[in-house]
Design a protein around this ligand. Structure first.
Ligand SMILES: Nc1ncnc2c1ncn2[C@@H]1O[C@H](COP(=O)(O)OP(=O)(O)OP(=O)(O)O)[C@@H](O)[C@H]1O
Length: 276
């Protein structure tokens, strides 16, 4: 069988932050490959550089204080050379992100409905009515009750977990080739974790979207990921197929992460729900 091609190819990504003491490296030349329709899990301790890696891929970091080097190819197109304006057109439509702090992704002065419909219409040829209908249907699919009322609310009236689900619903309408999901289930209760994972899996299987999934929950990784990259202090220390990683971890740090999982009561309920 032919191997699926890489939709996202990150090579030699370095991120440095300007400090009073000079440039401080946060990410040390990492490589990541995400295949079409696959889920790549990115795991590692808090502060190891997972979120900053994702924000670099999407060029969301402040260029005045953070310096990014390396190649980021999306469907063969080099993103690091694009102008900010061109990158804005790609973000959301071709590569989207569900943020860990979703409040930052919304403007406080417009309703969820205005922002949802506007985002869809910026990237698609849908009419206002079609965009509204798509929004309501997908909000319902991510288990948000009374979607029509929710469309009239402002971001500050929703919890972080609700806003994350609004972002997933937007992706269901936009169907990007790559979706970066940064801790998409952390802020949710068990039933909603299950619902979100199911919808992410649906985005992948129905639209062929590739997902870069960041989570501390190894139960979620074992259920969702095809490949896994393990990050430690700004470096990728191990990359493997999910079965290989769980059954035959190679790096000491990976073994420590897996051992910690055996001693912690990690989200067994979610795992059982996903498996059922
Ligand atoms: N905008 C920023 N400016 C300067 N330093 C930053 C910025 N964002 C993150 N950092 C630093 O970069 C390092 C990596 O942070 P990052 O948020 O990527 O970690 P993470 O692996 O995603 O952690 P967590 O799992 O807790 O979300 C940390 O030392 C953090 O303090």
């Amino acid at each position: 069988m032919r191997e699926p091609s890489n939709v996202l190819q990150v090579s030699g990504l370095q991120v440095k932050v300007k400090t009073a003491q000079g440039m401080l490296p946060l990410v040390h030349g990492i490589d990541l490959e995400l295949k079409r329709g696959h889920v790549l899990g990115l795991i590692g301790e808090s502060g190891c550089g997972k979120s900053i890696t994702c924000q670099s891929i999407l060029q969301l970091l402040d260029r005045k204080t953070i310096h990014v080097e390396g190649s980021i190819r999306l469907n063969g197109r080099e993103l690091s050379e694009l102008k900010a304006e061109d990158m804005r057109k790609i973000r959301g439509k071709e590569i989207a992100m569900i943020m860990q702090n979703p409040m930052n992704a919304f403007s406080p002065v417009f309703t969820i409905g205005d922002q949802f419909v506007e985002t869809i219409r910026t990237h698609t040829a849908l009419t206002k009515k079609q965009a509204y209908d798509c929004a309501v249907t997908s909000l319902h699919d991510v288990n948000l009750s009374d979607p029509s009322a929710l469309m009239r609310r402002y971001p500050f009236q929703l919890s972080g977990g609700m806003l994350q689900r609004v972002m997933i619903a937007m992706s269901m309408c936009l169907r990007p080739s790559v979706l970066i999901a940064d801790e998409p289930t952390t802020a949710l209760d068990v039933a909603n974790q299950f619902q979100v994972l199911r919808q992410l899996d649906r985005i992948r299987s129905e639209y062929g979207t590739s997902i870069l999934l960041i989570t501390h929950d190894l139960g979620v990784i074992s259920e969702m990921a095809d490949e896994v990259a393990v990050m430690q202090q700004g470096r990728i220390v191990e990359k493997a197929d999910v079965y290989q990683l769980f059954d035959h971890p190679q790096h000491t740090y990976t073994k420590q992460l897996l051992d910690a999982r055996l001693t912690l009561p990690i989200n067994q309920q979610t795992k059982e729900l996903v498996l059922s």
